[in-house]
Design a protein around this ligand. Sequence first.
Ligand code: AMP
Ligand code: MG
Length: 439
Amino acid sequence: VSRELRHLTTLDDARRILWQALPARIREGRYAGRDTPIAEAVGFALDEDVVCPTDLPPFDRSTMDGYAVQAGDTFGASEGLPAYLKVIGEVRMGEAPAFNLSERQAAAIPTGGMLPPGADAVVMIEHIQPWGGDLSASLQAGSIEVLRPVAPGDNIVHQGDDVRAGEVLLSAGPRLRPQDISALAGLGIATVRIRRPRVAVLSTGFELVAPDQPLAPGQIRDMNGPALRAAARAAGAEPVNLGLVSDDPEAIRAALCTGLAEADIVLVSGGTSVGTEDVIHDIISSLGKPGVLVHGLAVKPGKPVVIGLVNEVPVFGLPGHPTSCLVMFRELVSALLRVAAGSEPQTSLPVRARLTRNYPSQAGREELVPVRVEKRDGAWEATPLLGPSAFISTLVAADGLVRVPFAAEGLHEGDEVEVEPFDCAQDRPFASAQGRPFE
Ligand code: AMP
Ligand code: MG
């Protein structure tokens, strides 16, 4: 069946149509929870509230190197009139002290050491002097001089001051940050349940061979499969590899059925434009309701995109050209995967830059132009990278995308533009300018 892409939908409309058709579970990012070791859970949304099983710290601790004391013994102490205390022992790290502290006694204690029973404050080492000003004499006599008073509670943290048992430390929804992982570890929680969508990826085309296979004349290596699985992973999903199939409707149908059964979102690249081998539209429609929602976008690159929903599972037919394929992943799928509970999909924070040359464009479609970004004389400059959308090297050389709006006839040299950085660009100098933390 051949049909011309006569009616093109704008990217914004396509997103809106998809968003409205999506089940609430996906709109709110409520994917099936998976138990995950905490160090691997960073960046994922928690699927459950985390209630503290224990107090943190689990015992009263010193926050200073010094001497544990009874604060009352130090009241009125000064350089001229020190308080004299008898040293009865030393607290060791990682051990409970084997003694109780009574009046007029002190015990050496390191930062983080467990406060001995009877003590209620710690005097910093700086406010202590050996008895008679001589350390060895002091040690023999087993006494110290306290030069400043402390109040009860000074220089200690009490059990449960940081986090109390029974408190909800983290609630379901937001993504885990390294500091959240730290708190979980401190509380002895080694695994957490996270929401991690599964994204199935299929490549289609007679001409395709796997990247590790020899190439016969006329064949092309499958770039979209690995690229989409990598992009899904970078966006926080777990990729499911459906491999590659030729442009055979039955083979595509079978592979998509597997994807629908195993994944939350299904991606298929190739075979989406109008031609004899372009069957994705019909297959999606035949697999379940409501079927195809959008076919054909008023955007460059990305015109032949198909967006469907099959029994509540979104299916994206992405263009075969590797650059178009990835740019459309970014515009449609990545935003969906990153959706935080209840909020609309968002792309990464843009950086403002000045355009270094004119970029002509056709009105009536949105354009996503790859740009390289460099700093010159303290200001960011964006240079459009020109090249056929079939060239992956263009995208490799780029730092991000600049949008030419639907109605615009291009951009002019000197225009201030917003550059949307690519995913995983954190360690590139340009991307660090987003929040400008290093400037
Ligand atoms: P199609 O969308 O199937 O018409 O493909 C458009 C172009 O993208 C053709 O030149 C294909 O050979 C190429 N192409 C399709 N799928 C892939 C893929 N997985 N990896 C690399 N190139 C592809
Ligand atoms: Mg093809």
